[in-house]
Structures are given as C-alpha cells and as structure tokens.
Design a protein around this ligand. Structure first.
Ligand SMILES: Nc1ncnc2c1ncn2[C@@H]1O[C@H](COP(=O)(O)OP(=O)(O)OP(=O)(O)O)[C@@H](O)[C@H]1O
Length: 275
C-alpha cells in the first residue's frame, strides 16, 4: 500500500487556498540494484512544519535531496510552486582544514546576498560573537548555528533541515530548536526536517512523515502514534513516545502553524497542570 502524504498548515486543517510549495508525484529512486525510495507522493504547504522520521537507511536524506533536485529520481515528477526559495541545512558538510576560513567570510561566499541579509542572519542565529572565528574551530552547536545562518541568507519560504542537531549536546539541541522555531516565525516559512529528536520537535510539528523506502504512514503526531503501520515499523515504545511528547504539550496552532497558547519553546514556565 502506498500512502499519499499531503501536508497542510495550521493544526493540520486543510487550507484549500494555499498552493503547495513543492509536490512529489510517484517518485522512485534506485541506486543500481538498491531501491532507496518507491512511489512517494507528498506535498509541502506554506508554513507547515513537517518532521520526517524513519529507520537508518530508510531513505529520509534521499527524499530531501530529490525534493531539492540534488538527486534525479529514477521515475516520477517534482512540481515546484511559484517563488519557492529554499534554505537547506545538509546532514554533513566537508570542511577543508588546510584552508582556514572565518565565519564572516564563509557567510559572504553565497552569491547575490546583501550585507544587511547577512547581518539579519547573524542576529537571528545569535552568532555575532563568532564571526571572526575560524569555521574549522567551531563546536558542533556553533557550527550548526552558522550553517543555519547560511541557510536563511536568501530569506527562504521553505527551510529544509537534515538532522539539524548532529554533533550537538543535549542542552545545545534544545537551544538550536528554539532558534529554528524563532527563525521560522520571523521568516514565516515552512520547515521540512529529518529529526530523531522526537522529545523536542513533536510539540511543534504539524505533520509527521514516516519513511522506510515508501511512506508507511503520515499525519499529525497525535494520529500517527495510533497507526498500526507506524507501530509495526517503529515499535510500540517509539509510538508511545510520540503520544507522550504531544500529549504533554497539548496546545493549538494558529493559521500559520504557530503555537498560539503554549509550547515548550516559547514558554519554559508554562503551567501544564490544567491539561
Ligand atoms: N549515492 C548513493 N549511492 C548508493 N546508495 C546510496 C546513495 N545514497 C544513499 N544510498 C543508500 O540509499 C539508502 C537510503 O539512504 P539515506 O541516506 O537516504 O537514508 P536515511 O534514512 O537518511 O538514513 P540515516 O538515518 O542513516 O541518515 C541507504 O541504503 C543508502 O546506503
């Protein structure tokens, strides 16, 4: 069975006026004899936060790369909406350690970006104190913030993040997701991310997409945790965790997908006793 994952904004309620930013139609990817993705149908809508989960080697990064047109699918179609601007934070970057480069220089390498855009990204990601530092000497958390700053230089309306907290310690992870949340609100953009940090991201996710070569299930965090296909693929405990993390942040999202009454990012002091 192939599941179609159509992602809506605002608390998963369909917004029929919003045209999708990107649609994938019946996408298959083979690497030689190896099948990475089969019959993927999905759409990403403005302002929606979509989290892709799935086992290692399940095709999550490949799916992002197809969507970004970095990998040509073996079959299927990709349709871009009008004026789609994408910011991408890849899973890995390769640094040349024989050519030290400062953060400031690194951010200025992107073509067609104004000084004020660079300044805004530096402020949004709170990396002003790092700009004279060598990129090669940054900590894991500092590096991810710089890469996120680079990803938003073009003021994207879709931010694509592939495991954004790679190499970041637990305190840094919460901080980084807070920055992502704040950045999304400031730019008013959609987020499509691969993440294993369910305990942090689920409360702020509109849609979960479970990928294991095909889309085995898709929907809101609350509904997905009860899906037999999800439990079969990811195990009972994983599903219970999703239910737990969403239940404990039982809030609503406004029309832009923002948390409008409470949320772990916005309100550390939030009182959970009432729900
Ligand atoms: N360029 C490539 N050439 C050959 N095989 C590839 C290539 N890229 C990915 N694969 C294979 O395709 C499958 C899916 O890989 P992918 O990186 O998309 O998985 P993933 O879900 O992102 O995994 P992880 O969670 O471990 O990062 C894997 O078996 C991987 O080895």
């Amino acid at each position: 069975m192939h599941i179609n994952a159509i992602h809506r904004n605002s608390d998963n309620s369909p917004n029929k006026q919003a045209a999708p930013l990107i649609e994938l139609k019946d996408i298959c990817v083979n690497f030689g004899q190896k099948t990475a993705l089969q019959h993927i149908n999905m759409a990403v809508y403005p302002n929606a936060v979509t989290t892709i989960v799935g086992p290692n080697g399940g095709g999550k990064s490949t799916l992002l790369k197809v969507l970004l047109k970095l990998i040509k699918p073996s079959s299927g179609k990709i349709k871009y909406g009008k004026n789609v601007r994408i910011g991408y934070l890849p899973q890995k970057i390769h640094l040349d350690h024989s050519f030290p480069i400062t953060v400031e220089k690194f951010l200025s390498l992107k073509k067609g970006i104004s000084q004020s855009d660079i300044q805004q990204a530096i402020e949004l990601l709170s990396i002003g104190h790092l700009i004279k530092n060598s990129l090669q000497k940054l900590s894991g958390g500092e590096m991810q913030r710089v890469l996120l700053a680079r990803a938003i230089l073009n003021k994207p309306n879709l931010l694509v993040l592939d495991e954004p907290t790679q190499g970041v310690d637990i305190n840094g992870q919460v901080e980084l997701y807070q920055l992502i949340h704040q950045t999304r609100k400031t730019l008013n953009c959609a987020v499509l991310m691969v993440s294993h940090d369910l305990h942090i991201v689920m409360a702020d996710t509109n849609n979960v997409l479970c990928v294991n070569q095909h889309i085995c299930c898709a929907g809101s965090p609350e509904t997905i945790s009860a899906e037999p296909a999800f439990i079969q693929h990811f195990g009972d405990q994983f599903a219970k965790n999703i239910a737990f993390y969403t239940h404990h942040h039982n809030h609503r999202h406004d029309m832009h997908g923002d948390v409008c009454c409470s949320g772990q990012y916005q309100c550390a002091q939030h009182n959970h006793h009432n729900h």
